[in-house]
Write a protein of this length. Structure first.
Length: 271
């Protein structure tokens, strides 16, 4: 495995041990700043770095210390599995939040199979992490929708003449909460290109991997609160109901698809 002592310390979430190791390295007369940098960026046989081990262990103080020492926030292992992907897989919501605010690419694919951090959290059944990443995705989608509306306004300057062309639906003010009963006529109703409905290379969404894992509580949140599209199919034309690993999941999803219209958009942006 080629684990270094710093990797073990990072996985064990020990800032004191990390500081001791760095101090010892700096005290060696033949060592310099480059030796500490190499220690921070060293990988094991799978490509994991100390920061990835810290994210895996869910330690915000250790991740913060490693970044202060020069660790790269968007580091991935050799399979493309990112630090935020490891944190999401283990359900370390606080670690995921810290990585997001530190600039980790949470919306992008987090491994070579095209999975996102949201998919990892959904597949492993970590509801609180799913809630956080879902709300992030929905806020991102809202910002993109409003940006698209803003692009509908054009400003052209022709000599001394200023021509302003506007549309009949100006962008509304950004509310902190909204639901299907609010006045939002220009909102899309769950198009497949939104972040919340991103797919991996097999065509699976976060909802699909949640039902495959039998995590009904996660599936309910994604459908009822995050408005994840439950009508999509993977590349083999399997529906979400087909992918359910438990009868309970399959029965609930079938009932939902039969009786509920996809027009929710019910959530709060409390980030």
């Amino acid at each position: 495995m080629n684990h270094t002592p710093l990797m073990f310390a990072s996985r064990a979430c020990s800032v004191d041990v990390i500081d001791y190791m760095v101090a010892q390295q700096q005290a060696c007369f033949w060592s310099g700043p480059e030796s500490v940098k190499r220690m921070i960026h060293r990988r094991n046989a799978e490509g994991l770095t100390p920061l990835i081990f810290a994210a895996w262990g869910g330690s915000v103080p250790v991740m913060q210390r490693l970044v202060e020492l020069g660790a790269t926030i968007d580091v991935t292992d050799f399979s493309g599995f990112s630090a935020i992907g490891y944190a999401a897989w283990e359900g370390h919501t606080e670690a995921v939040k810290w990585l997001v605010h530190a600039g980790a690419p949470w919306a992008e694919h987090s491994d070579s199979d095209g999975c996102t951090a949201l998919m990892f959290a959904a597949e492993s059944g970590h509801l609180e992490t799913v809630k956080y990443l879902s709300l992030l995705s929905l806020r991102k989608d809202k910002e993109r929708t409003e940006a698209a509306k803003a692009d509908e306004f054009s400003l052209a300057i022709d000599g001394d003449r200023t021509i302003v062309a506007t549309t009949k639906h100006p962008s509304p003010a950004s509310p902190t909460t909204w639901s299907s009963t609010d006045s939002e006529p220009d909102w899309p109703s769950c198009p497949s290109e939104l972040h919340i409905n991103s797919t991996d290379h097999d065509g699976n969404t976060a909802l699909a991997v949640a039902v495959q894992g039998g995590h009904l509580n996660v599936a309910k949140w994604l459908v009822m609160e995050a408005c994840c599209d439950a009508s999509t199919c993977d590349q083999w034309d399997n529906t979400v109901v087909d992918l359910c690993s438990t009868d309970e999941c399959a029965e609930w999803m079938q009932t939902y698809l039969t009786n509920v219209v996809h027009s929710c958009w019910t959530y709060k942006t409390h980030l």
